[in-house]
Design a protein. Structure first.
Length: 150
């Protein structure tokens, strides 16, 4: 299986991110839980249920496959498998899995998109790791309501 990061194809390797994230999570919003309002956390967050409003954390956000989030999101890193309606601002990397549906703009240092993910919005990759002379301010790619394919 291959995943596509902005402008390059990388071979996926099996990993156990879910277990690692669960062990180090401060907050888990379960399947039957609905949260409405401003949600702030100092630790990792796992969402399996529904969240409406805003989400902020300097750490990792994991949105599971059955989750539905209608919020603007600002986090350190993220992995998305469920549905998100809102803008995502991620200071490090974001992984968008094949089951993800995102309706909003995404900004991150590194964007990884699996085949099958659905995105309606702008992707903006901030290039903080390039030498200053070679670095444009940002790199943008607009994806309009299409399914990413091989």
């Amino acid at each position: 299986m291959y995943n596509y990061t902005m402008f390059k194809k990388v071979k996926s390797t099996p990993h156990n991110n879910d277990i690692h994230a669960i062990e180090n999570s401060e907050t888990i919003i379960g399947h039957s839980v609905k949260v409405d309002g401003q949600f702030k956390s100092e630790g990792n967050i796992i969402i399996e249920g529904q969240v409406k409003g805003s989400i902020k954390s300097k750490h990792h956000l994991l949105i599971k496959e059955d989750a539905k989030v209608k919020a603007n999101i600002e986090v350190g890193s993220a992995e998305i498998s469920g549905e998100v309606i809102g803008n995502l601002k991620v200071s490090k990397e974001i992984k968008i899995n094949s089951t993800a549906k995102i309706f909003g703009n995404i900004e991150a240092d590194l964007i990884e998109i699996s085949i099958g993910a659905q995105i309606l919005g702008n992707l903006k990759m901030v290039l903080d790791n390039l030498p200053q002379d070679d670095k444009p301010e940002t790199m943008s790619l607009k994806i309009n309501k299409q399914r990413l394919k091989k």
